[in-house]
Design a binder for this molecule. Structure first.
Ligand code: MG
Length: 313
């Protein structure tokens, strides 16, 4: 099942999307008797324990327009938890790139999961622009990732129990300003920029994603850059859940970004950073794709200024 949020009559609304990805129903049309206290709050829906095996109605579906989709979970209970260097080939390209100024730089392949966070204010929609803010636009890079959405709270979750704590999965792009990542010797400032975590296009529930075989990839302007499978993770999802929940209780609605495979911009020589107008598409098999155009905010500011000036002439 695919659960998302869409702007319907300009109001954010929870929706359920069918397997063909062409039709949607309002969540309240799919889960009868379920009255949403807060009509666009995905965490409330997850907590309701609604039956994810509920068949979709045979009639009454509405045509889905992708550009109406909003981030499916814009307000997780805290920062998005992220994993650094979690695919062997990416760990090697990152260490060689000269941009890894973290304390983990000496060893390409980590012995334990590297966990950092992105603020939830970085979340944006599945088809939103990636903003190039003035002064932060010199070394912007993409990272296609699988995001895990937690559906059941818990502390000290074992590997064996871990999958039971997952509600579903999203595609996300861990957009990164590599120069900030290097200069500040940590990952928060360069990855926490407003609009640097496009996410969606919806949450695919567990049954839709085959972790042992699903492909993950990214394209920039149609050129294939990253292509791998989720099975190539160094630390698999049960390990990540076990590791994080050893330190803190998992909350319903937590998001774990599980790392990115080889082929990011700094993996090339010279690096292929994103430029104004570039279109980045990130895809995970069983979920779908998010597509985001890089857009200079500086240009927008200049256009606004020019418009103001022409209006005053
Ligand atoms: Mg990442």
């Amino acid at each position: 099942m695919k659960l998302g949020r869409a702007a319907l009559e300009e109001k954010p609304t929870l929706v359920v999307i069918d397997a063909s990805r062409e039709l949607y129903w309002r969540a309240s049309e799919v889960f009868p008797g379920y009255h949403l206290k807060d009509s666009d709050n995905m965490v409330t829906l997850i907590q309701s324990g609604c039956d994810l095996n509920t068949p979709l109605p045979t009639k009454g579906g509405h045509p889905l327009k992708m550009d109406l989709l909003l981030p499916p979970l814009p307000n997780p209970p805290r920062n998005i938890m992220c994993v650094g260097k979690n695919y062997v080939s990416h760990a090697e390209e990152f260490s060689k790139s000269g941009f890894d100024a973290s304390s983990a730089a000496e060893t390409a392949i980590p012995e334990h999961p590297i966990i950092f966070t992105k603020p939830r204010t970085s979340i944006s929609g599945p088809f939103d622009d990636i903003p190039m803010w003035a002064g932060l636009d010199g070394a912007i890079d993409y990272e296609a990732e699988l995001g895990v959405v937690i559906g059941k709270a818990g502390r000290f979750v074992s590997r064996e129990e871990a999958l039971d704590h997952i509600f579903g999965f999203v595609v996300l792009n861990d957009v990164t300003a590599r120069d900030l990542q290097k200069e500040h010797k940590q990952w928060y400032l360069g990855k926490g920029i407003d609009g640097f975590c496009p996410m969606g296009p919806w949450i695919s529930t567990r049954a839709d994603v085959h972790l042992a075989t699903a492909k993950i990839e990214s394209k920039v302007n149609g050129e294939l850059r990253q292509q791998s499978t989720l099975a190539q993770m160094i630390f698999d999802i049960p390990c990540l859940i076990e590791t994080i929940s050893r330190s803190m209780a998992l909350c319903v609605g937590d998001i774990i970004a599980t790392g990115t495979p080889e082929g990011v911009g700094i993996g090339f020589n010279p690096p292929k950073f994103l430029r104004n107008g570039d279109v980045v598409e990130c895809t995970v098999e069983g979920i779908g794709s998010i597509v985001n155009r890089v857009k200079s905010r500086l240009l927008e500011q200049e256009e606004d200024l020019a418009l103001q000036q022409s209006n005053t002439r």
